[in-house]
Design a protein around this ligand. Structure first.
Ligand SMILES: [Zn+2]
Length: 225
């Protein structure tokens, strides 16, 4: 398949490799698990392929797929988990990157029927908000997209029952930081409950934090104009 790369594509291939290595280093993608994707344009995605260790990913392993998940270019095969990514891109025009991985503590929550809905850290409100748990679905089937579907409009990070987590953002860095934060929040929740005196934030504190967050975002926007 003849394929000429734009400079944008070269940059995005490098970013896919960079963040694949990051999630691998953090222990979020053991074996060949986990997958990352990014919009190349309005009709195409760049994605990590099936069967490749994220630690060993190279830019030439990346595949190009359409918004139905069909292979357009590349020497490797498309991941069977691409449906998860497509469901998010279909509903979120504001999202340009998706990361799926198996961070161990967040995955333990997902294997114990526990969402990250209790707000323990202020940081949660400033970043990913609450993280819901999508019901059980067999990996690699259409069930996964259906189980995630209702949570996608309101959440940038979602746990998948007995499986792992998925995060989305404007860039791969953005999606990566959300994945990192989900694992951090899970770790804090686990230890706070082990300590036996976890003190979740109350409604008024959460409201104040939301106000602070909105003021911060308005400020960022004003500085960009
Ligand atoms: Zn998975």
């Amino acid at each position: 398949m003849e394929h000429k790369e734009s400079s944008n594509e070269v940059k995005l291939r490098r970013e896919l490799v960079r963040f694949s290595k990051w999630i691998s280093r953090l222990g979020f993608a053991p074996g060949t698990s986990g997958n990352l994707s990014v919009r190349l344009d309005h009709e195409r995605l760049l994605a990590t392929p099936t069967g490749v260790s994220k630690a060993l990913m190279r830019t030439t392993d990346v595949v190009i797929v359409d918004l139905q998940g069909r292979l357009l270019s590349g020497t490797r095969r498309v991941t069977s988990e691409i449906g998860m990514h497509l469901a998010i891109y279909a509903q979120r025009q504001d999202v340009d990157a998706v990361i799926h991985s198996h961070p161990p503590i967040a995955t333990a929550f997902a294997c114990s029927g526990r969402a990250l809905e209790e707000v323990l850290c202020q940081e949660a409100i400033m970043t990913v908000g609450t993280v819901p748990l999508a019901p059980y679905a067999t990996t690699g089937t259409d069930e996964v997209a259906s189980s995630l579907w209702p949570y996608i409009p309101e959440h940038d990070a979602i746990l998948l029952a007995n499986h792992g987590a998925v995060s989305s953002g404007k860039t791969l860095l953005d999606a990566f930081m959300k994945m990192e934060t989900v694992e951090h929040l899970a770790q804090v929740a686990l230890i706070a409950h082990q300590l036996g005196s976890a003190q979740p934030l109350v409604e008024t504190q959460i409201r104040q934090l939301r106000r602070a967050r909105n003021a911060y975002l308005d400020n960022v926007k004003a500085n960009q104009q």
